[in-house]
Design a protein around this ligand. Sequence first.
Ligand code: ATP
Length: 301
Amino acid sequence: LIQLYMPLNHLGVLYREIRQSLTDIERMFSLLDKNREIQDAPDARPLFASGESGPCEIEFENVGFAYEANRQILFDVDFKVGAGETVAVVGHSGSGKSTLARLLFRFYDTTTGSVKINGSDLRALQQASVRAAIGIVPQDTVLFNDTIFYNIQYGRPTAPREEVIAAAKAAHIHDFIERLPDGYDTRVGERGLKLSGGEKQRVAIARALLKNPPILIFDEATSALDSKTEKAIQAELEQAAIGRTTLIIAHRLSTVMNADEILVLDAGHIVERGAHRALLEQNGLYAQMWALQQQQNMIEA
Ligand code: ATP
């Protein structure tokens, strides 16, 4: 019986792993509106030689993009994120911010222009090697119905326990986990303990830290976190961004103040760019958005 049990048990584990990753891929794709498969070119190269990784420079070169032929979403978008730098994108809802992240992850190809990493067009690179170099902290993190340990380790399934705990500490969620009834073995997700928006974002930051990618995309949660949690998450994000090339899709301007460059998108065009102070001095769309947000903060306070 035991001889029969072992392979069956192994199959069970395998099935669970596949299902978990499919759930994740499925959910992640629906989250990012994935609807089309992109294939590697026959002569596609890996971003780095096998086993290696290193600093990454991102470049959007005159990018135009349309999901549907008759409705252009991005127009001539041109910017660079130097290795280790942080660029933030702000703009009204529907201006095209998340579309930039989808193009960088190559869920879609650009209609005109190109997206490059370290000078190579994404279309010349193996997708898997590009995605391995990118960590995403999404707006709404998916938690598996499993332990919180499993949920963090998912960032790098081969990571030893000490490294999972170190990532949780760096994302400032370790103390919270220690206070849970079963610590790291506490079950979370839809059928387990429900985590708050801030706690879920910390799990996502811990996952990303464990993956240790040279590129980080932070898609800020649209749902409001309380201002104390928001400040804490912002500090944790800034820590996570050190030494990584970071693209922040921002919904609140407080998150972007320290970015090396802020891009203001309006209906798919970059209408302003610069650092926070310089943009305020321009007295344009960014300054208007800033003033509006200050008013809202005063009303909420
Ligand atoms: P928000 O701040 O609300 O998240 P955003 O600036 O990130 O908005 P995007 O999600 O990039 O905006 O969307 C830009 C435009 O592209 C919107 O008009 C949206 O309706 C359209 N769009 C997004 N995804 C698709 C899709 N899969 N198919 C067709 N149109 C899409």
